[in-house]
Design a binder for this molecule. Structure first.
Ligand code: NOJ
Length: 748
């Protein structure tokens, strides 16, 4: 993976139209240099170490095998200067106590920085990032990130381990839920928006927190979607698909990143000098801090890449990991490694400088108690404004997959409704996998949200029918009876929040069999069925679930889930979200993504087509493609315009007219895709390059215009970004399938 210096220079720093402007630099300061000059090696190793907060622990243990020690030991370690950062604790009082100890009871009085996994909200939970990506609304993502920062900083957090920007093309991988889905362009826009939302423009603002795009790198490409698995990847795939969201995050001002668990082509990310130093600090000129993922340095031993803890610490550090998370390896070994001449002290100083600069960048040396305000903690958490934002974000993240016969929206008096399934009145699975610090008391279940919409709330019957993964005695009989008595049936089925997220890969991305049986029995009543899917990934739907006339992707929408779903069901909000991940026909199609290569034998989609790139049992089309999502109104695109040719130095303007051809106001996500017809590398069948949400009143029209540059037409070949003269297909559409098609020739 070594690149020549010339190749690095030639490569430029442009990805998908995004120029890598010099990012917010960490300030130099005499104060920091003087501190470094006075620090012992042990104190330096301490600043480069971080641990989960035991004093203010959220009450659940992560990675139980690795969590060690007790509160008394941690406080003793604090006094001894054994860490520079603690994470995943909340609470102003505890933060102030520990900060006072750091200032007054350690030799040098260096303030602590507090971090946490605030992925989609702290107490008020917003939709899982995957769902929110479906809004195709970076402004919304910026606002929810801002909301998460408001709550987090009110409880003493300075730094979030987010956004998660891993592109995920295999839906078996449980961590799909945490990111923006399968597409790089969408992922870039969401990543940058979230960084802006967390950080704002003034890092010293006590209501803003530092971002940490993760997991660097290619964690989303783990083989077969199994979490923590190996990554074997071409440089083309790495550069074009997996790295751009990191570049967008840094361009938006992110000053930290987290090294991933996985190896890349045989070298673990956490010991990968090419990745963490040559690329990140060299080619990209990143000036910020690299923190390892949880014990990822120690895991170099299990990878078979390091012999023991000492070797692991040395390899991770020399590769470019500034701060070690949870393993304690830097405390244990860095001083001795320096004394033995195996690690240069200048490198240790450079890492310590980054940690201190990061603290300085948010003002901790001048205002060590920033974001530790007891009044803010009382007033800023779960405020009505944040809950309103959560409801808005929830409704904007719901994808209407199918709506035959305009079954939706429901009328205010739709007759008797049976709400059947394990998620009907369940409040434990509204938040999603990364919400362990959520305020569970404010979570709104579906039944509550729906009742609030009904003229007569007694017209709703709620029947569980089945557990998530096991049948309930008499469950199906009760459900069928309720369905028979109903005019319309809502089926709230899918995955628990524990079925996605870290370490939750699935071999088959199906509705669990017990629930499938429930749906089959209810469908046999012949009543109109509306499926409300609960899920942290795309699912392979089958049988009566797949055939239901209305299907709604509702993910995990956070604190206001029930209200947000009800808003869409009753048409208070017209659905506008689009799928950020393709729904395949079968689990076995995974990894499945819209922007695949054509192959030499592309299938046409006709069933049973022999000797084509497809499986025996199914066509290879998506059941619901990336970018798909319906509205209660209809939209028409017309008048596609683009020039016949564009010079390499020029701007390519493509436009089309969008008309709301239906009867209600609505929002469409207009999407622009390209395809390079003939190139020196095989190219994806389509690649998303631009999108825009457009809201139109019935009958209204808007010309939607996109400007592209050559950077949008580039790909990675022979260690550099290139674009080649020739024809490009261009589509403007409302999903990754279909749309208005034209072509343009890029001239030399
Ligand atoms: C492990 C996860 O991979 C990472 O995303 C998270 O930030 C750390 N644990 C810290 O909790």
């Amino acid at each position: 993976m070594q690149l020549s210096r010339r190749a690095l220079l030639r490569s430029g720093a442009i990805v998908a139209g995004l120029s890598l402007a010099p990012r917010v630099a960490l300030a130099q300061s005499d104060r920091i240099e003087s501190l470094i000059g006075r620090m012992t090696l042990a104190e330096k190793a301490g600043q480069l170490s971080c641990f989960s907060d035991l004093l203010r622990a959220p009450g659940i243990v992560f990675n139980p095998g690795a969590a060690s020690g007790n509160t008394a030991e941690q406080l003793a370690n604090l006094r001894a200067g054994k860490f520079g950062m603690l994470f995943n604790g909340t609470g102003v009082a505890g933060a102030r106590t520990m900060q006072r100890m750091a200032l007054e009871e350690t030799r040098l009085g260096i303030p602590l920085i507090f971090a946490a996994d605030v992925i989609h909200g702290l107490r008020t939970i917003f939709p899982i990032p995957l769902a929110e990506a479906g809004s195709f609304d970076p402004d919304l993502a910026e606002r929810t990130a801002r909301g998460a920062a408001l709550e987090s900083t009110a409880t003493g957090i300075h730094w979030t381990f987010a956004p998660m920007v891993d592109v995920a093309r295999d839906q078996r991988w449980g961590r799909v839920a945490e990111g923006s889905g399968e597409d790089t362009c969408l992922g870039q826009a969401m990543a940058a928006a979230r960084v802006r939302g967390f950080q704002g423009t003034d890092l010293r603002d006590p209501t803003r927190m530092l971002a940490c795009p993760k997991h660097f790198a290619a964690y989303g490409a783990v083989a077969a979607g199994m979490d923590y698995n190996s990554v074997d990847i071409s440089m083309e795939m790495l550069r074009e698909v997996h790295l751009p969201p990191f570049q967008s995050s840094f361009a938006a001002g992110a000053l930290t990143t987290m090294s991933a668990f996985n190896d890349i082509n045989g070298v673990p990310s956490t010991a990968n000098r090419w990745l963490l130093t040559d690329l990140l600090r060299g080619e990209w000129a990143f000036k910020g801090l690299v923190v390892s993922d949880w014990t990822a340095d120690e895991e170099l031993i299990a990878h078979g890449y390091a012999a023991d803890g000492r070797d692991a610490a040395k390899k991770a550090f020399l590769a470019g990991v500034d701060m070690s998370m949870s393993s304690n390896l830097y405390n244990l070994h860095l001083p001795a490694l320096v004394e033995a001449g195996e690690v240069p002290v200048a490198a240790v100083d450079a890492s310590v400088r980054r940690v201190l600069q990061l603290k300085d960048s948010i003002g901790l040396f001048d205002n060590p108690y920033r974001s530790m305000n007891a009044k803010a903690e009382r007033t800023q958490i779960a405020s009505p404004a944040l809950r309103k934002l959560s409801r808005e974000a929830g409704a904007k993240s719901i994808v209407l997959l199918r709506n035959d016969g305009a079954l939706l929206p429901l009328k205010a008096s739709p007759g008797r409704i049976a709400l059947i399934g394990p998620f009907g009145d369940d409040r434990d699975n509204v938040a999603g996998a990364w919400a362990f610090m959520a305020d569970k008391t404010i979570g709104v279940d579906l039944a509550t949200g729906i009742r609030a919409k009904l003229a007569n709330p007694k017209m709703l019957d709620v029947v569980k029918g089945s557990d998530v993964e096991a049948a309930l005695p008499g469950g199906i009989d009760a459900a069928v009876a309720a369905a028979r008595a109903a005019d319309v049936v809502l089926l709230a089925i899918g995955e628990t929040q524990a079925m996605s997220g870290e370490a939750q890969s699935r071999v088959a991305i199906v509705i669990p069999p017990a629930q499938q049986a429930l749906v089959e029995a209810v469908a046999a009543t012949g009543k109109p069925l509306i499926i409300l899917l609960r899920h942290g990934r795309a699912l392979a739907l089958s049988g009566a679930v797949k055939d239901a006339p209305a299907i709604v992707a509702t993910w995990f929408l956070g604190s206001e889930m029930g209200n947000a779903v009800a808003d869409v069901l009753f048409g208070t909000v017209n659905p506008s979200a689009k799928l950020p991940v393709s729904f395949p026909r079968e689990s076995g199609q995974e990894p499945y993504y819209y922007n695949h290569k054509t192959t030499g034998r592309p299938a046409s989609g006709t069933p049973n087509e022999e000797y084509k790139a497809r499986y025996r049992e199914t066509t290879n089309e998506a059941l619901y493609p990336f970018g798909h999502g319906l509205s209660y109104t209809s939209f028409a695109l017309s008048a596609l315009q683009m020039p016949a040719t564009v010079p390499a130095s020029g701007t390519l303007t493509v436009s089309a007219t969008l008309t709301n051809s239906g009867k209600v106001s609505g929002t469409e996500v207009v999407q622009l895709y390209i395809h390079d017809r003939v190139a020196s590398r095989t190219r994806p069948v389509r690649e998303l390059k631009r999108f825009e949400r457009v809201t139109l009143a019935p009958g209204a029209t808007k010309q939607v215009r996109f400007d592209l540059t050559t950077a949008d037409l580039q790909f990675w070949a022979d260690d550099k970004w290139i674009s080649e003269p020739g024809a490009f297909d261009i589509w403007i559409g409302t999903s990754s399938v279909g749309g208005l098609q034209g072509s343009v020739a890029l001239t030399a």
